[in-house]
Design a protein around this ligand. Structure first.
Ligand SMILES: [Zn+2]
Ligand SMILES: [Zn+2]
Length: 305
């Protein structure tokens, strides 16, 4: 079995262990290999799933898969984290926009036999609602864009015409030139326009962790609590000195300068300039059919040679 990236492999294992109701942990989670073992390994459960980068380094190849648990099925699973739950709920919300907490809990119980604690399910439901409503807005906006198929055999590459500029979308690679899709993991207006053309659901094209890149970034750090200034550590270095500031002189409002009389007179002649001035008689005759000559007051025709 092959995976495009390590993350794909990890997510596949997550999905599988949640369905199986078993808890696993990661060993040798490195840039070129990753091994999942059962939490009950010390108690004799030999379940293992191991994948590593293939020789050409193009994808991840599953090398070992011993799929036999001797441990009992559990209804709690750490793998079913907030991101995973939210990812499932986003799709659910499409069908049932007013999904209640209890209904979500029942859904996970029926589908994966999971018992979830109230707060983690609530957090996931809030995340999912945010993503869902953002996606709804994007879908609405996408109607203003016109997708034009580029003619590729997989029906995946589109030019999206609209204002202020056209964009190029590749549904196969999940990319758009506006880069919104790559950055947030959520299809942009252009991608949504292309997806509606091929009759596909944007929710299926959200990133595996469902736009969770942004969520991940949001919740990656916590802000350290900071005490008042009086308790700040004193620096041993010199304090920075403020630069000298010149005393403020109030600026007197002044009248804008008038144009010098000479320039003014030039302006007036330019405005009334004769379009045929300086043109030869031949040119004037040829243009006569195109441009009508209206003599300005005070016009003196050029002298013939
Ligand atoms: Zn096991
Ligand atoms: Zn885009």
């Amino acid at each position: 079995m092959k995976f495009n990236t390590k993350q794909d492999f990890i997510e596949a294992v997550r999905e599988f262990t949640i369905q199986e109701g078993r808890q696993i942990k990661w060993r040798r989670n490195e840039s070129y290999r990753a091994r999942a073992i059962c939490m009950w390994k010390k108690r004799g459960c030999k379940w293992v799933d191991y994948a590593s980068k293939d020789r050409e380094e193009t994808c991840w190849q599953m090398k070992t898969f011993y799929n036999d648990h001797i441990c009992p099925r559990k209804s709690k699973n750490r793998a079913a984290n907030r991101k995973w739950l939210a990812g499932k709920l986003v799709k659910k919300l499409r069908k049932y926009p007013n999904l209640k907490h209890g209904e979500a809990a029942t859904y996970f119980k029926r589908r994966c036999d999971l018992d979830l604690n109230k707060s983690s399910l609530n957090r996931a439901l809030t995340d999912a609602r945010n993503v869902h409503s953002r996606l709804q807005k994007i879908r609405k906006e996408s109607g203003k864009w016109l997708p034009i198929w580029s003619g590729d055999e997989h029906y995946e590459r589109f030019e999206i015409h609209g204002w202020p500029t056209n964009m190029a979308v590749d549904l196969g690679k999940s990319i758009c030139t506006c880069r919104f899709w790559q950055i947030t993991g959520m299809p942009c207006v252009h991608a949504c326009a292309a997806l509606s053309q091929v009759n596909k659901d944007p929710e299926d094209f959200c990133h595996k962790w469902l736009t969770m890149d942004s969520y991940k970034a949001t919740y990656l750090h916590s802000l350290n609590p900071i005490p008042g200034e009086a308790l700040w550590e004193k620096s041993q270095y010199l304090k920075p000195l403020a630069p000298k500031v010149a005393p403020l002189v109030p600026i007197q409002p002044t009248r804008p300068n008038k144009l010098p009389p000479k320039r003014r007179s030039q302006h007036s002649t330019a405005a009334n300039m004769d379009p045929m001035q300086g043109a030869s008689s031949g040119t004037a005759a040829r243009l006569a059919g195109v441009m009508r000559f209206v003599p300005t007051p005070g016009f003196i025709p050029p002298r013939k040679k």
